[in-house]
Design a protein around this ligand. Structure first.
Ligand SMILES: [Zn+2]
Length: 343
């Protein structure tokens, strides 16, 4: 296919980057070799569910010369495409973990099985999307296996997970894996400027903080609070090396009150100290917190590379301790004592 035509086709998918996974799906569509199950893998906020939805849309798109065969790209205009885009196509089912439950339950998979044995309502395929398929408990996973072993002819299952290793090997052997990778910050920056009309300076900052995850970048554009909160939190954290022990413990207490917030804070803090390590090694241009490079340089000159590296390790250990349900307040207090002091 000519370069220009290919570009237009990719545009119809409405996805930034991820040319390889899209290409893999387009080839199976072109060869009419659509498998019964696919697993999209990659980090959080990278666009796994979005790609699964676009694939479902293409499988059901009616804008093709032969109405029995799916086109290679979604048209985005036919009634079927519009229904999938609006989330109300009767042949696209989405199965997620209930908010108040730890796992996707066996009852949900049984419902999938009874739905999949029925005829499709409008389209030519019965599609089941399971975002976070690693959240199935063993019972649910074994139940799904039955569907994978003997799928109804028109059924397509689209699973997503951060890593293939989180699923049972018996499931993995029956799915086509579609690995997705982080975008470059340049890809994200360009997309933010061109498609979301973000000002260059803000686009550069968001692209750096997004660390390759387009979904996170879009969230940051749509929700102003995300960047404001980051700034406020960083101001507290970066002031800590000059703070007294009492002040540090106050912050530890405040942060430990909410487990999700403690985790997000540690992630932010980790990025900050990785930047500190870079700044101490004369690589300021590689730092993520582009809007705070002056402060980074100033603190790095006082703290030095060895101490910065020690802090990176200490934060990683604290994150690990929290994963293993260590008391968050104690873990954060220990970290506060590890923090170097600047006078
Ligand atoms: Zn269509």
């Amino acid at each position: 296919m000519k370069e220009a035509t290919l570009q237009t086709s990719l545009q119809n998918w409405g996805i930034i980057g991820h040319e390889h996974p899209i290409d893999l799906l387009r080839r199976s569509l072109a060869a009419r070799r659509v498998r019964h199950a696919y697993l999209f893998t990659g980090p959080e906020h990278i666009g796994k569910t979005l790609l699964a939805q676009r694939f479902a849309q293409t499988l059901l798109c009616t804008n093709s010369p032969d109405p029995r065969i799916a086109p290679q790209d979604p048209c985005n205009t036919c009634l079927s495409c519009r229904k999938v885009l609006h989330g109300n196509h009767p042949d696209v089912h989405i199965i997620t973990r209930p908010k108040d439950k730890q796992f996707i339950l066996i009852e949900q998979i049984r419902e999938l099985q009874s739905d999949s044995s029925r005829k499709t309502l409008e389209g030519r395929r019965n599609i089941f999307i399971i975002p976070g398929a690693h959240e199935m408990n063993l019972q649910a996973a074994n139940c799904l296996l039955k569907t994978l072993e003997e799928p109804e002819p028109d059924v397509v299952l689209l699973l997503t997970a951060p890593d293939a290793g989180l699923l049972l090997p018996t499931i993995l052997s029956r799915v086509q894996q579609v690995p997705m990778h982080l975008l470059t910050s340049e890809q994200i920056r360009t997309a933010l400027e061109q498609r979301w009309e973000v000002e260059p300076e803000e686009a550069t900052l968001i692209a750096a903080l997004a660390a390759g995850r387009m979904g996170w970048a879009i969230q940051a554009v749509e929700d102003d609070d995300l960047l404001t909160e980051r700034k406020e939190l960083l101001e507290t954290l970066t002031g800590l090396p000059a703070a007294s022990k009492v002040q540090r413990f106050e912050v530890a207490q405040r942060l430990s009150a909410d487990a999700d917030k403690a985790h997000a804070t540690l992630e932010l803090w980790l990025l900050w100290w990785r930047d500190m390590l870079l700044a101490a090694n004369k690589s300021l241009d590689l730092t993520v917190n582009v809007d705070m490079r002056d402060l980074l340089q100033e603190q790095a000159a006082k703290i030095g590379s060895a101490e910065a590296e020690r802090m990176v390790q200490a934060i990683l250990q604290t994150m690990e301790a929290l994963e293993q349900n260590v008391n968050p307040r104690i873990a954060l207090e220990v970290l506060m004592l590890d923090l170097p002091t600047i006078r």
